[in-house]
Write a protein of this length. Sequence first.
Length: 601
Amino acid sequence: MRRALPLLTAAALAVAGFLAAGPPAAAADADLVRNGGFEAGLDGWSCSGGSGAVVGAPVHGGGSALRATPAGQDNARCSQTVTVAPDSTYTLGAWVQGAYVYLGASGTGTTDVSTWTQTPGAWKQLTTTFRTGPSTTSVTVWTHGWYGQSAHLTDDLTLVGPDPGGPGGPQLPAAPTGLSVSATSSTSVALTWSAVPDATSYTVHRDGAAPLSVTSASATVTGLTAATTYTFRVSAVNAAGAGPQSAPASATTPGGGGGGGGGLPAHALVGYLHTSFANGSGYVRMADVPASWDVINLAFGEPTSVTSGDIRFRLCPVAECPNVESEAAFKAAVKAKQAAGKKVLISIGGQNGQVQLASTAARDTFVSSVSKIIDEYGLDGLDIDFEGHSLSLATGDTDFRAPTTPVVVNLISAVKTLKAKYGPDFVLTMAPETFFVQLGYQYYGSGPWGGQDPRAGAYLPVIHALRDDLTLLHVQDYNSGSIMGLDNQYHSMGGADFHIAMTDMLLTGFPVAGNTARVFPALRPDQVAIGLPATTNAGNGHTSPVEVTKALNCLTKKTDCGSYSTHGTWPALRGLMTWSINWDRFGGWEFSRNFDAYFGG
């Protein structure tokens, strides 16, 4: 039976060796973390998904340590909100062990900090220092592991710096009462609570998510997943810092197609139809597109110039495509497809259609010209297929959550305007290359490094800003070379593991450019399809139907998995995209026949 340690003076503790656990403190400094040695269980700590537990061995100091175990899409994050003094320097430290262990602080009012290590089977001290902002009165300190890894240990966690309290100092506010939570959509909830006297702001807490700060006794939380239960707590904040959290309240979001553009089947095939040009695959009339295809992207609407924002669409000229239908027949075929439940979109860009909305004038021209195409042909929405230099990043644009580059900001604004104009049934899809998405895991915002193009990950701010409007993201898993997955191993095109690893990143979320303070949040499985070339002629990285089937089985059923271990199982994965319907016909419809059958027709 373990006995609690008696209260000792600081001098006695130093003699006993207990203060060696944390960074040295100046005479006027104090350790502000409550229960940093976990001798009182989890008192003061909140661990995501019930991932944390206190153990008696191994420990670094005292008789207890924290053991936290990642599971599925949870990285076992344990955190505590600590009252601090504004405009002051603090040192955060902890002793840890595990395959991957992270330590950090958020809400500093300046630059949030984090550090990490790999130290299985041995204790190692992590430390990092930060300065609070001029109005910062509380920060959240945290530790977590990594997805799919074994449990990690943390002990003797300290935050050393100026003590903001003391006798006669300001008092922490009381815990809010009357917390009420209700779902307002499949991706958002509304919270209200009773105002707390002397509170200057409030912090909304949700397990596994960054705290949300608001100034009134209500909040709307967005970016949630359909048909999922969420639990919230709220704490009040004043000059003394954050007070205790409220009693929990929960709500379940309703199911939904997500991101607008409802009406898709549970599993869908998406194909590009070459309507404005001919190549070796031949022209396919809209009326001749098989019923296997649920979303048909018209390739392409192209700009009159790179920077104009003016998008035009035409059917392939007769001289180039002798079997092209008339405009009237094409429009009638579009209506027939829609009557059969299919979605027909205009795709903007492509390999040769570079679009740079570098000015607000170009943005507005983009909106008006795309609207004209949608209205003329009666289309269901828009596919963004920007490649090359269309999303060039400016130097210094390093946070996907707050882009400043005009071509990115204006694109986001333009698409939101189109979405607002056409309403909730507007279908929005994107087809970026892996270079512009998954490569952000290594290079986003890092600038040229070893010859790496600084545009790597350039789609991340666009996807993030539009995630509540996004119907489907189908990254092109081809023409890309090898890409590193969350297992820190490179995966090559053409096999099941490549598609498993790339898709797992989208469904799990990933730290951007190695910075755990900037984790790109997971997309819902119903928002994700895997992009593939239909034949060996259609693109570099063709994958045989056998290997594609293995990838689908692994991601949706956790069977046929190879060397890559996924961080979850997603039976609601939306489906597959291919370049293209024309090339699929050229290949004897092998792609659509195989996977229409896989998804049950």
